[in-house]
Design a protein around this ligand. Structure first.
Ligand code: GTP
Ligand code: MG
Length: 639
């Protein structure tokens, strides 16, 4: 679950006195302690009368919990019989290449009209994807208006509903429980192509306005992701010198001096104590070209579900690789390397631009040979993941020694490198196409605060636009709420559009009606809510065949649900997408197949052809990701 980092806000003035203290960390001394203790932690729970302590994140859970409330790890030994398989969060691995491309490549049966979002039985998904690439190119020059809103055009109308003026929401039905007017929602039978965006939804190019770029920082555990994030925030002035000194001092006091920069992102006591990131940290800074939303992912394998939930919002990614001897090799190891896993996951989120930051070059003496070795090995792998050569940038750096991050390296040992420094490489990234003119959809990744009738929900607008005063629909709870205010990077903003990562302050809705995995949408165009789906899947490396009845964890945007395979419809040729066998008895590694899954509870979902972000699925079992898929058809819709 992503959480926003509020650096710079809670500065404690006591540190003023200590400001001039010398800061000096002893890296070697720290390495001993900062090793990933989780790896070696005994899988035995510490129990007290009313709580049980998670062996992974050490959170004290209520005795009634079957899995850790923080990291999702299954309680061991199991004490409840009603444990849901979606509570399992344990290691997993990918062993096969190119999930997104492979999933998509056989999708001949999934067709769509590119213009009106109606399904069309003649256009394969590959064409849709290449059309997306073309859109990306043109979208890169489009700028958002940001806060520079023309009041005449954009003044919020209290209670207005965006887009088409008519609403098919029945506001008559009274909820007996809440006493509030509850909405009876029926999905609009008219097509989304009938939707006419209002003028305020479409951005105008305004000189000097920066667009928001959601940038996931991914990579193997301990590669330096959080240190990089903290360093960038500090170098860009988002973390003051004073605050940095506070982090340095505190980190040093706890014997974790080398983690000072990481502390800006790793805020919880557990994360700091263990020296690992457990949830995705969200932070903001500005480059020459973009408002960057940093999504600092956990690298530890046990927190992959959190990484999935946060990094699905990414437009592009920095894959941080530890160049030191043995560490790079551990990251690309086929049986447990998160460099591999994260690269594959990111590609399967639809991210096609990646910067590989070859970090800790100080440890290898800024050796060109080592950099070339890493580039050659990892480059081959990334191409098998579906990244185009031209979409990968390679930047050697030392985050610790601040080399090649926001300026060319000052260390003569890196003089052989002629490419851009990191910040320039970030500014060379292209913005993906944004669907401003579609009805609003915001998958909620986190609910920050709740009161009786006010809720703050965070998420990235996948489609459409939003502004204060609008009435929106929250699914699956089917409740209408009013947008009281919007915040971008902790600052109030008057409008947010597709691609923006915002906090939406809602009023007129109870906190328990909005959860991570809910979707804020246009009242006339509610996201679908379904519990039975047809999907095209790519099976990853598995040891036990998938059969009818196989139990799975179903992950989609920020929601997860227990699921069961109810039909195996066909096997598909991975290249042509043609059916090679109908109703096979089981599915094996690397096979492409059409299946039907039944979910234990309904989730917000769209067919992949109408909204990629709400139609991409990750299937996990026994703590491993065993399949990637796209929703081809909604079989059982919940009303
Ligand atoms: P997880 O979130 O647990 O996956 O780790 P991470 O990738 O965020 O790594 P983190 O930033 O916590 O750094 C791990 C260790 O690597 C810390 O001790 C850092 O000081 C160290 N480190 C980061 N960058 C560099 C670097 O450029 N050189 C050296 N020598 N050490 C570095
Ligand atoms: Mg980290």
């Amino acid at each position: 679950m992503p959480r926003k980092v509020n650096y710079g806000i809670d500065y404690d003035d006591d540190y003023e006195d200590d400001y001039n203290d010398d800061y000096d960390y002893d890296y070697d001394e720290e390495v001993e302690e900062n090793g990933i203790t989780a790896k070696t932690m005994p899988a035995k729970e510490v129990r007290t009368a009313k709580v049980w302590r998670c062996p992974i994140c050490t959170y004290d859970n209520e005795d009634s919990m079957s899995a850790c409330d923080i990291c999702g790890i299954l309680r061991n030994p199991l004490v409840k019989s009603n444990i849901q398989i979606n509570d399992v969060a344990a290691p997993f691995k990918f062993n096969v290449p190119s999930p997104d491309d492979l999933v998509s490549s056989g999708l001949q049966s999934l067709k769509m009209k590119s213009k009106d979002n109606q399904r069309d039985t003649n256009i394969p998904v590959e064409l849709e994807l290449s059309a997306k690439d073309q859109e990306s190119t043109s979208a890169s020059v489009t700028r958002q208006r940001g806060n520079g809103v023309n009041e005449k055009d954009y003044a919020p109308t209290s209670g207005s509903i965006q887009g088409v003026p008519h609403s098919n929401v029945n506001t008559e039905a009274m909820s007996s429980k809440t006493g509030k007017v509850e909405q009876s929602i029926e999905r609009k039978t008219a097509s989304i192509s009938d939707f006419t965006p209002e003028t305020w939804m479409i951005p105008e190019t305004v000189d000097g306005e920066l667009s928001q770029l959601n940038l996931a920082i991914v990579g193997h555990v301990d590669s330096g992701k959080s240190t990089l994030s903290g360093r960038l925030l500090h170098l860009s002035g988002r973390i003051s010198q004073k605050l940095m000194h506070k982090y340095e001092k505190e980190a040093k006091q706890q014997g974790k001096g080398s983690f000072a920069y990481a502390w800006a992102l790793d805020e919880s006591a557990e994360e700091r104590e263990r020296g690992i990131t457990m949830t995705v940290g969200v932070a903001f800074f500005t480059s020459k070209k973009y408002h960057i939303v940093l999504l600092d992912s956990p690298g530890h394998r046990d927190f992959v579900p959190n990484m999935i939930s946060g990094a699905t919002q990414a437009d592009a990614a920095i894959l941080v690789v530890d160049a030191s001897m043995g560490s790079f090799e551990a990251g690309i190891d086929a049986t447990g390397g998160q460099t591999r896993e994260h690269a594959q996951l990111i590609r399967s989120f639809g991210v096609d631009q990646i910067i590989v930051l070859v970090n800790k070059m100080d440890v290898v003496g800024y050796s060109k040979e080592r950099f070339d070795f890493v580039k050659q090995k990892l480059g081959t792998f990334l191409r098998t993941c579906g990244f185009k050569e031209s979409s990968i940038s390679w930047v050697p750096a030392s985050v610790m020694e601040n080399q090649n991050l926001v300026a060319n390296s000052s260390d003569a040992r890196l003089s052989w490198y002629r490419g851009p420094f990191l910040m320039d490489a970030i500014d060379s990234l292209q913005l993906p196409a944004r669907d401003y003119s579609k009805p609003l959809q915001i998958p909620i990744c986190d609910v920050k605060s709740q009161s009786q009738s006010q809720v703050s929900a965070c998420g990235k607008l996948e489609t459409g636009a939003i502004r204060p005063g609008l009435k929106v629909l929250v699914m699956p709870s089917k409740e209408i709420a009013t947008v009281r205010s919007l915040e971008r990077d902790s600052q109030p903003c008057s409008i947010a559009r597709a691609g923006d990562n915002v906090t939406v302050n809602l009023q007129g809705i109870e906190g328990n009606r909005v959860t991570a995995g809910s979707v804020i949408c246009h009242p006339d165009y509610p996201v679908q809510v379904a519990s039975q789906l047809e999907m095209k899947i790519l099976v990853l490396e598995i040891s036990t065949p998938i059969v009818i009845g196989s139990q799975l964890e179903f992950h989609i945007h920020h929601a997860k649900e227990a699921a069961k395979i109810v039909k195996i419809l066909s096997l598909l040729d991975p290249k042509t997408g043609k059916v090679t066998k109908k109703s096979p008895r089981c599915l094996l590694s690397k096979q492409n197949a059409m299946v039907e899954v039944a979910l234990q509870g309904p989730v917000c979902v769209e067919e992949y052809s109408s909204c990629r972000a709400l139609g991409r699925v990750f299937l996990r079992a026994s703590g491993r990701t065993i399949g990637l898929g796209v929703v081809t058809q909604i079989i059982k819709r919940e009303n």
